[in-house]
Design a protein around this ligand. Structure first.
Ligand code: NAD
Length: 281
């Protein structure tokens, strides 16, 4: 049976470390990190995510502001808000919750965020820095996965890592981070021969958004499996992209869903905001 990688416990440690550093910053430099979250419209999932981020920021002693705008906001008005936050010295991190309404060019909005305040790590400059192996703010979910692998004492150097999914927010940055850690990396997508590729993986990270796409029998015995997927089934149950039961029979370590990668994303957002506040990338 695989060892469970407890994302909740690791995320709690990350948050406790951030909280302690925030207290030190306040005492020594009179500096309070500030996170501004922009939410547009009434997407229910966005509301839940934003509330979670605001709550975490408050618990850790940050200043946090939610700028909620009606879905009818024009692109120019939203750009003006982002520019105002860019110019505000109390705001160290800016997060524009996606998705945005269709009449707004999300790429343009993301590119307008000051890259040094881009705590989501989605700005093209930060994506470029990651691909060049230079310091910069990194996307929170793959950063959280790297931390889980570290906590699981998973050796990466020279080993085969397979990432299923090539989105700009998870799959691609994940593959680049694993590459930077000297793994030999394969990226899979809809056209890939999944059973063959997955069977090669010493480390498997799955971010496809397809419930239980990865069968346990494909997994190489002893592999470390990280399941990023969060899929809500008709009965309300949350399942990952990996068949958990059968995969746990073969893997040496595995993340559960929920309680694996999920809690890490917000924890790493807090870490990124602290990093942005101290200019420490
Ligand atoms: P996305 O839809 O943008 O990308 C999915 C990727 O998976 C695509 O590149 C696609 O090519 C690939 N894919 C889809 N079906 C496939 C198949 N049958 N075979 C092989 N590849 C396939 O999704 P995303 O934003 O990267 O998110 C992926 C999953 O991770 C979702 O379930 C999402 O909810 C979850 N997620 C979780 C967190 C978290 O905090 N835990 C954060 C972000 C995303």
């Amino acid at each position: 049976m695989a060892q469970l990688i407890d994302g909740k416990a690791v995320a709690a440690r990350v948050r406790a470390d951030v909280k302690a550093e925030v207290e030190r910053l306040k005492a020594q430099r009179g500096l309070t990190p500030g996170l501004a979250v922009v939410r547009v419209g009434e997407d229910p999932a966005s509301k839940i995510y934003v509330n979670g981020k605001k709550k975490a920021a408050q618990e850790l002693g940050f200043n946090s502001w939610e700028h909620h705008r009606d879905a009818s906001i024009s692109q120019d008005e939203l750009l003006a808000l982002v520019r105002q936050l860019n110019a505000d010295p109390a705001v160290h991190g800016i997060l524009v919750q996606l998705p945005l309404p269709r009449h707004i060019d999300a790429e343009l909005i993301i590119s307008t965020v000051n890259p040094e305040k881009d705590v989501d790590g989605f700005h093209p400059l930060n994506a470029g820095r990651l691909s060049l192996g230079r310091p910069g703010l990194r996307p929170c979910t793959p950063l959280g996965v790297m931390r889980l692998l570290e906590e699981a004492k998973c050796e990466l150097s020279g080993r085969r890592a397979v990432v299923v999914g090539r989105s700009n927010i998870v799959g691609k940055p994940q593959a680049l981070m694993l590459l930077q850690a000297d793994a030999t990396v394969t990226i899979c997508h809809r056209k890939s021969d999944l059973p063959r590729e997955v069977g090669q993986a010493d480390i498997l990270v799955v971010a496809a958004g397809v419930p239980e796409l990865i069968r346990g029998e494909w997994i190489k015995p002893g592999a470390v499996v990280i399941d990023v997927g969060q899929n809500r089934k008709a009965d309300g149950k949350l399942v990952g992209d990996v068949e958990f039961q059968s995969a746990s029979q073969r893997a040496s370590a595995i993340t559960p869903v929920p309680g694996g990668v999920g809690p890490m994303t917000i924890a790493m957002l807090m870490r990124n905001t602290l990093t942005a506040a101290t200019g420490g990338v």
